[in-house]
Design a binder for this molecule. Structure first.
Ligand SMILES: Nc1ncnc2c1ncn2[C@@H]1O[C@H](COP(=O)(O)OP(=O)(O)OP(=O)(O)O)[C@@H](O)[C@H]1O
Ligand SMILES: [Mg+2]
Length: 166
């Protein structure tokens, strides 16, 4: 199974991706780390404190080097919304979190207040979900709430619901 995992920072992409890798035999790629490793980035945005991806070239690379080559492998790619040929993936999962709980998670990470507000606002306005629907058809997109569930339980429940949707 091939999954893309999107979501506002703090919704649990990394935590769930790691559980998929450790418990469910998935190969897990963090878009930003993987892009950085292979040189697909323009630089660093100090205002947003995040890497600026060279998105199109990186998407081509992911398609050719990972998704087409590793056809038998379970793969989860997590990070900002990217566009991958939908034929190469089974599901696009958008993680959600109730904004007040998301704020707590981001505060616990000691993010600067401005970054916390920007992310909480993005979650309230469904930015990632709407952006995802601009790139992928609704049938492939699954919204999954992580507010009151541990990453381990979230990974388990998510896989169960994906298997029943296959
Ligand atoms: N289901 C959960 N329940 C409680 N806390 C969680 C849950 N998922 C993640 N967290 C906590 O929220 C914080 C952010 O989680 P995580 O790093 O997985 O998010 P992310 O979506 O990968 O964020 P980013 O986009 O910044 O990489 C972590 O401190 C993690 O422990
Ligand atoms: Mg992460």
């Amino acid at each position: 199974m091939k999954i893309l995992l999107f979501g506002t920072p703090g919704t649990g992409k990394t935590s769930i991706g790691r559980c998929l890798q450790e418990t469910y035999n998935f190969k897990f790629f963090e878009t930003k780390e993987f892009a950085y490793e292979h040189g697909y980035y323009w630089g660093y945005d100090w205002k947003r404190r995040s890497m600026i991806l060279d998105t199109e070239l990186f998407e081509d690379f992911l398609e050719a080097e990972i998704l087409k080559k590793e056809q038998k492998m379970n793969i989860c790619i997590a990070g900002p919304v990217i566009y991958i040929n939908p034929q190469l993936i089974d599901f696009v999962v958008v993680l959600r979190c109730r904004p007040d709980i998301l704020r707590k998670r981001l505060e616990a990470r000691h993010y600067p207040p401005q970054k916390i507000e920007a992310n909480v606002e993005a979650e309230i306005m469904d930015i990632v979900y709407l952006d995802t629907l601009e790139h992928y058809s609704k049938e492939k997109v699954i919204s999954f709430d992580t507010t009151f569930i541990s990453p381990q339980d979230a990974a388990k429940k998510l896989l169960k619901s994906l298997h029943t949707s296959l």
